[in-house]
Design a protein around this ligand. Structure first.
Ligand code: NAP
Length: 289
């Protein structure tokens, strides 16, 4: 038997079409959404990610702005740069590319972003809202996991969900979001004594660790829906955290890497930026519907 492949590119394409329409409507009223992409590095995966995000923003008609801060920037200067973006009416959303340099506390940097422009859910205000099941901007990978399940009509309510990984950018917000949607969520992490004993019970298994091949045949059951958030660059190319070739024949459904969570993540981030822009327009002209 082979699994249903939960393919992300077609979901992303459909959402991109919708975003392009919404951005055109904003542009027609003179409010093309500006998306500030704040980065610290000149090389490495962070730059590649920042560039691909900027291209994706341009492709829907939004206006990306590259904001390069020095690797050794003082917190005060980083705060001033982000405060200027918070105050800039042309900027609808602010995305800080992580990781930030070691001398900066990522939580402190996230807290500098106006929660109304925090379209990748880095601000503790949005994290608190998510934890309280209130409307929030949520880290985009978590939104992408949720969207893939929704797009393939896979219910979460009352399903046994296991999330492997508990980072603030992927695992923790994914667990919170799926719990908010009625999932019976367990989180496994590096201190979990027997990860397989947890994952084998999962009806929905989300993996966000960053270790190729971590999840193999002994971790899954035949009814499992497996969502692999891992992005690992290896000699064999980009792979996830799940041993796809050995797990795919054993489960009900699975996302590929690449082409699963990744492409959906980018459009969900842009979607939150477009939503932020629409809200900002509403606030500027509250009498208009
Ligand atoms: P991270 O900050 O390094 O967190 C990794 C998590 O995995 C931690 O919670 C850690 O537990 C846990 N862990 C480590 N070893 C484990 C093990 N042997 N068994 C179970 N849990 C273990 O990584 P991240 O930023 O969340 O990223 C995770 C993966 O997702 C990476 O491959 C990254 O490239 C990818 N990613 C994908 C997207 C996307 O759009 N698809 C976006 C962002 C990241 P402790 O908390 O106990 O240390």
């Amino acid at each position: 038997m082979s699994a249903r492949i939960l393919e992300g590119r077609s979901i992303a394409a459909r959402i991109r079409e919708d975003l392009t329409r919404r951005v055109a409507a904003l542009a027609a009223s003179g409010r093309t959404p500006g998306i500030a992409i704040v980065r610290f590095a000149d090389t490495g995966p962070e730059v590649a990610y920042a560039q691909s995000l900027a291209r994706a923003a341009s492709a829907i008609g939004a206006a990306p702005r590259d904001v390069r801060l020095a690797d050794d920037v003082h917190l005060t200067d980083a705060a001033a740069a982000i405060a200027a973006l918070n105050a800039d009416l042309a900027i609808a959303g602010i995305v800080v590319i992580y990781p930030v340099p070691a001398h900066l506390d990522p939580d402190v940097v996230g807290a500098l972003v106006d929660p109304a422009k925090d379209v990748d859910g880095a601000s503790p205000v949005n994290a608190d809202r998510l934890a309280r099941a209130e409307e929030a901007f949520v880290p985009a990978t978590a939104v992408a996991v949720d969207e893939i399940l929704r797009a393939y009509a896979i219910p979460v309510q009352d399903r046994r969900v296991v999330v492997v990984g508990r980072s603030k950018v992927v695992g923790e917000p994914t667990a919170a979001l799926l719990a908010n949607h009625g999932g019976l969520v367990t989180v496994a992490h590096s201190e979990t004594a027997d990860v397989a004993a947890e994952t084998i019970q999962a009806e929905i298994l989300v993996v966000a660790v960053g270790k190729p091949g971590l999840i193999g045949p002994s971790h899954v059951n035949p009814d499992a829906v497996v969502i692999d958030c891992g992005i690992n660059v290896t000699d064999d190319g980009v792979v996830g955290d799940v041993d796809f070739d050995r797990v795919e024949p054993l489960v009900a459904a699975i996302t590929p890497v690449p082409g699963g969570v990744g492409p959906v993540t980018t459009v969900m981030l842009l979607g939150q930026a477009v939503t932020a822009a629409e809200r900002q327009v509403q606030q500027l002209s509250p009498t208009q519907d």
